[in-house]
Design a protein around this ligand. Sequence first.
Ligand code: BT5
Length: 339
Amino acid sequence: MNGSTDGPGQNVNAAILRTLREASGSSVSGAELALRIGVPRAAVWTHIDELRELGYDIQASPHLGYQLVSVPDILNADDLQSLTQPAVRVIGREIRVLHETKSTNDIVGALARNGSPEGCVVFAESQTHGRGRLSRKWISPAGKGLWFSILLRPRLPPQSVTRLTITAAVGLARGIRRATGLTSEIKWPNDLLIRGRKVAGILTEMSAETDKIHHIALGIGINVNFARDDFPPALRATATSLSIAAGHTWPRAQLAADLLTELDRTYAQMDGPGFEIIADEWESACSTLGQSVSIQTGNRTVTGRAESLDSDGALLVRSQYGHLDRILGGDVTQSAAEP
Ligand code: BT5
């Protein structure tokens, strides 16, 4: 596992990358790096070699020192840490990156059961059994997206967990807008769409007793650098990516860091009155509200007009008979816009 908490050496890499980035294109001498990071100069060389092996282009000139020329399109825990720190409150306190795994939600579930702290994030370059809700398949090939899960222990009653999915959707939409300038719509409760096609999905898996949440594995999948033909034929009409929407690819590490920062900020806002701001933003980004919907929830289907969100994040649907149905989770088919 490539993790920024795997030993002191790992954090030296993070500190080197942060210092070189802060120099924004100028060189930093080996002596200054050693002094700033608090390690001997020989250690700086060793770590710079390690980073070069990973593909970071760090040039050295005898008089001036080191300069970060380019970074590879890989996810590296130290680099992600160097891009997100020191602003992190909760989300991103600890970051791990796996080359390949079945599902990052499984890894976070296991970390949670072993007592890992809230805010730990696990990315995988690819997932072999990435999943959506109801065990549906989530395609997660290497190099094309960001597939990650966040360990959370919110102080919410289990029946209010939809708040978290909504907070995550708003945080993600904010993050995408901030990092790329692209605006996404939210389809209740967990899809992010750009021009009507799915660009990201959220999977909230909870371990709880009747009145207490033990932990949540908040899984997020974002299609970043897929070209249209990279999607399997069955998804081509419904899926999109940030690169398709923008017309160019995106550096995934910087994007990942920007998204974590925004998710962290939004999560901090979720408790108490802050949720109203999130809910308002959600309502204005939500393409589901005002629509005629048909929602499959458990073994019943609710049809009507999606009216609003309640204080717990449930969707309020006005049936054709006039009564309000409160829906906590389900699959929405948006039939048609209301006149
Ligand atoms: C979701 O489920 O949208 C939640 C997806 C969560 C994925 C993340 S990745 C990291 C973490 N680890 C995991 O194993 N999962 C999470 P749902 O609303 O059920 O949508 C699933 C449906 O979306 C599938 O049945 C497909 O139709 C479609 N789909 C699959 N892969 C897709 C992709 N990459 N982009 C767009 N649509 C996709």
